[in-house]
Design a protein around this ligand. Structure first.
Ligand code: B12
Ligand code: SF4
Ligand code: SF4
Length: 309
């Protein structure tokens, strides 16, 4: 075994111990990864306002502080749903927050530490990469697409957070694969039927982003929900879980729910009032910070209102 292969073996062994999974691909595929997105953009299949919002991910420019990018690492960490609790008029309201929204920074830091510790020891460097993570995860063989356009990793279902890295670590073998949908999807369309807005198409693979509830409830707080969204379709404080909860590939993870933030009556009122960061009490700020949820402060009035009404 060459020392490069030994490092890759160690990478997989240490991931397994932590309950993570990962893959590494050759950096020569960076243009392929960009093309995967570009060809859909050129065919007008990516909702133009979304393309503008996420242009830096789609047209990513690899800029790193080391000499040469030789490889791309992609890692998946299992993550749960969280339950957030609000209080109003002596009543309790419990709302789900899907996997990946809370503790985002902590998780990315954990992955950074893991990968840096492993590769720095061997004389290599890694840097966080802003690029299309699902495409890389599937191309590397780490994940497969579900019909719902979300990625699935064996043992984690779709309840995982992805993180990608540039490195000067030289890979020998090449894992680059065709984009693949799970075999399970061939005989199933449960997510298509469950999605209340028709966002998962039947005539093409790419999501109709402008129909996706997540797209609308992640928009800046001053943008109201479109009139065509029936209030009963909302099911999470942010994001939406309909197409993941119904999915048979998530059977083992769909009930994995951990305790999230609990807000008192006063805090709930403050969150609904649309106050800015410098106008909220330090305890509330700390609470949001603890869950790495401070960025979502501005969406509370709109997103919470639909449940309290
Ligand atoms: C923009 C974005 C969104 C947008 C657009 C989503 C979309 N489907 O494009 C909005 C706001 C709607 C969104 C929603 C959600 N998102 Co989002 N999002 C992103 C972001 C920033 C980029 C995604 C992207 O590249 N989109 C562009 C499209 C073109 O890429 P794609 O969907 O992979 O498309 C490929 C396939 O369609 C494939 N393809 C085309 N034809 C065919 C045919 C076949 C047969 C096959 C197999 C493939 C295939 O080619 C395309 C290009 O490679 C990533 C973070 C990142 N840096 O990557 C997170 C990310 C993808 N999101 C994430 C999550 C969790 C979600 C939500 C589940 C949140 C929620 N509700 O809880 C929803 C899921 C909605 C859905 N059903 O897809 C996670 C994904 C985790 C996972 N398990 O997949 C990511 C990776 C963030 C993270 N690090 O955790 N998201
Ligand atoms: S619900 Fe069915 S079709 Fe949709 S992603 Fe899951 S297995 Fe695939
Ligand atoms: S996240 Fe919700 S709205 Fe978006 S595709 Fe899934 S079920 Fe439909």
């Amino acid at each position: 075994m060459t020392s490069i292969n030994k490092i890759i073996q160690k990478f997989h062994d240490e991931l397994t111990v932590k309950g993570y999974k990962g893959q590494v691909v050759h950096a020569k595929h960076i243009p392929d990864l960009r093309n995967d997105i570009r060809k859909h953009h050129e065919q007008n299949l990516i909702y133009p306002p979304l393309y503008e919002d996420y242009k830096e991910y789609f047209e990513f420019k690899p800029e790193v502080g080391f000499d040469e990018i030789n490889s791309l690492f992609i890692i998946a960490i299992p993550v749960p749903q969280f339950k957030a609790i609000f209080h109003q008029n002596e009543k309790e309201l419990s709302l789900l927050i899907p996997p990946t929204y809370l503790y985002g920074l902590d998780i990315v830091n954990q992955i950074n530490d893991f990968l840096s510790n492993l590769l720095n020891l061997e004389g290599y460097t890694v840097e966080y990469a802003r690029l299309p993570q699902k495409t890389l995860a599937v191309r590397s063989g780490l994940a497969e697409y579900g019909r719902n356009n979300i990625t699935y990793v064996p043992g984690m279902g779709s309840f995982h957070r992805l993180a990608a890295y540039y490195s000067d670590f030289p890979v020998e073998q090449d894992n680059w694969q065709e984009l693949k949908m799970m075999d399970l999807c061939k005989e199933c369309s449960a997510c298509v039927r469950k999605c209340p807005t028709g966002a998962i198409p039947t005539d093409r693979f790419l999501l109709n982003v402008d129909r996706c509830i997540t797209y609308h409830n992640e928009q800046p707080g001053e943008i109201p929900f479109p009139e065509w969204i029936d209030p009963s379709w909302h099911n999470c404080l942010v994001g939406c879980l309909h197409c993941q909860k119904i999915c048979p590939a998530n059977k083992k993870v769909k009930n994995w729910i951990e305790t999230g933030p609990i807000f008192s009556e006063d805090e709930t009122e403050l969150l609904l009032s649309g106050k800015e960061l410098d106008q909220i009490p330090i305890e509330l700020k700390k609470k949001l910070e603890k869950f790495d949820f401070l960025n979502y402060l501005e969406i509370f009035p709109r997103n919470l209102d639909v449940f309290l009404e």
